[in-house]
Design a protein around this ligand. Structure first.
Ligand code: ADP
Ligand code: 5SP
Length: 467
């Protein structure tokens, strides 16, 4: 008899990826992907269409015993009483709710009050701020909202085939990114939700780690799923001392912790992980797309951009890119734009521009690592993942900027893998996830070059004195 298969889905900002793996060994059997539309406001139907396309590309799910969905965090999906979507979802990188975030923070008495209540200080990314924006700008839509859920919750619900709002489920990791659920207490803060939206809609039931969340119409078990960062940690088998650095659409620095965090400055979000522990996390809005943008400016592809960056000396001849091309979330500067500093005749070279892009995005992530350390995380190594981690320049420059040893697993779909591992866990019904073999890592051990961060800090302070 053939061994059971499980599937994991990553519904991320730019695309949907599906992996089908052997439930016992974790061996990859097949995979598929499909693109998502651009924009920070998306009709959830586009995610469902992409999921079906990616599933078909992966050979279907008919022979799969369990499936779980990982997804981009925070996105606001509002449903009416009939279960129809009220309006397009606002994504984590949509900054229109920045003023709503400021208002909510001051109404509660400041950042520390929020950190004490839900582990995090909400910025425009958080669902709670999007709901306040909705109440203020689209009151009809706010009134019509009978349930609120997140992208991965909605896709799990679609996979279940149910139309009942009472069947919505989520997990600790994604619930902790809403701004109205506390990872420390495990409870919804419906008072904060009501403060934002004006009423308390139906909310997904928070399913515990490794617990089944239902079945698909064809009988496959459904896992609770996870936010993409928690799923990546599960897919990588990250443990104490590991810091996961993801260079995707977002830049993310995160660690597994035994206790929740309460950073009143808002730099570190106090999220939950996918195994019952905690996931202190720093997220920037500007990561892989900084490389996309610089490659476009220089008229080269990613491979050439990487070669150019490695041709330049550390410090890019004095050129510094502060890469806030989409505004920024950490530091909280939603209206910022990028800026170049130190341009001279000497540094007006494609190689220095390429290097400045790589160093600039890594400096933003290094600031994030400092914030995690300030919350008690002791990093022994960084695990480098996400689309941008395919860049050899990012890999080689990372230890010089982050100041810790860097291990890069082979390019892969670690969020989808984490979701698949969760599906295997649910199928096995064990206390802990199955021990799947992990891929070999490539190690990067260059010494730190502190001058790069010092010049970056000076440029950032000059451009954004309040940041
Ligand atoms: N070799 C590469 N070098 C640098 N960036 C890359 C490379 N390959 C892909 N990317 C970029 O990585 C990003 C996609 O990464 P991914 O982690 O899949 O994003 P997300 O999960 O946010 O959808 C895109 O912006 C893409 O252009
Ligand atoms: O907002 C966050 C984390 O707080 C982001 O990490 C999103 O979860 C989007 O992830 P990607 O699609 O960029 O991987």
């Amino acid at each position: 008899m053939s061994r059971p298969l499980v599937a994991g889905v990553d519904s991320s900002t730019q695309s949907c990826k599906v992996v089908v793996r052997d439930a016992e060994t974790g061996a990859l059997v097949r995979s598929g992907r499909a693109g998502h539309p651009d924009g920070t406001e998306v009709d959830p139907a586009a995610w469902w269409a992409a999921l079906q396309k990616a599933v078909a590309d992966a050979g279907g799910l008919d022979d799969v015993a369990a499936v779980a969905v990982g997804g981009q965090q925070h996105g606001m999906v509002c449903l009416d009483e009939r279960g129809d979507v009220v309006r397009d979802a606002l994504l984590w990188n949509d900054t229109r709710s920045a003023t709503a975030a400021d208002d909510l923070v001051s109404e509660l008495g400041g950042g520390q009050a929020w950190a004490d209540a839900v582990g995090s200080v909400p910025v425009a990314s958080f669902t709670v701020t999007k709901l306040r924006w909705l109440a203020e700008h689209e009151p009809d839509h706010a009134r019509a909202t009978a349930a609120v859920c997140l992208p991965h919750d909605w896709l799990t619900w679609k996979l279940s085939g149910s139309r009942e709002l009472a069947d919505l489920v989520t997990d600790r990791s994604d619930a902790s990114g809403t701004g109205y659920w506390s990872a420390e207490t495990g409870d919804y803060r419906t008072d904060l939700l009501e403060r934002a939206l004006g009423h308390v809609p139906a909310l997904p039931r928070v399913v515990g780690p490794g617990e089944a969340a239902g079945r698909t119409p064809t009988g496959a078990l459904l896992g609770p799923g996870a936010g993409d960062n928690a799923a990546a940690a599960l897919g990588l088998g990250a443990g104490p001392g590991d810091v996961v650095v993801s260079v995707g659409t977002s830049g993310v620095v995160t660690a597994i912790a035994d206790r929740g965090s309460r950073d009143g400055t808002g730099a570190v979000a106090g999220f939950a992980d996918g195994t019952g522990r905690f996931l202190p996390l720093v997220c920037t809005l500007n990561a892989a797309r900084v490389l996309d943008a610089m490659a476009r400016v220089l008229g080269v592809d990613h491979a050439r951009l990487s070669d150019l960056a490695l041709e330049a000396e550390p410090g890019a001849g004095g050129l510094v890119l502060v890469p806030y091309l989409e505004g920024e979330r950490t530091p909280n500067l939603p209206d910022a734009s990028g800026s170049l500093h130190g341009l001279t005749l000497g540094s007006a070279r494609p190689a220095d521009f390429a290097r400045a892009a790589v160093e600039g995005l890594l400096c933003g992530l290094a600031d994030g690592l400092d914030a995690l350390v300030a919350q008690g995380v002791t990093p022994h190594r960084a695990l480098l993942v996400g689309g941008g981690a395919a860049s050899e320049a990012v890999r080689q420059v990372a230890p010089t900027v982050l100041g810790v040893p860097v291990d890069a697993p082979p390019p892969g779909e670690y969020v989808a893998d984490g979701a698949a591992r969760q599906a295997a866990w649910v199928l096995a019904g064990t206390d802990a996830p199955p021990a799947w073999a992990l891929a070999d890592v490539a190690s990067y051990r260059s010494k730190a070059v502190p001058a790069v961060r010092e010049r970056y800090a000076a440029a950032r302070a000059a451009a954004y004195p309040a940041g």
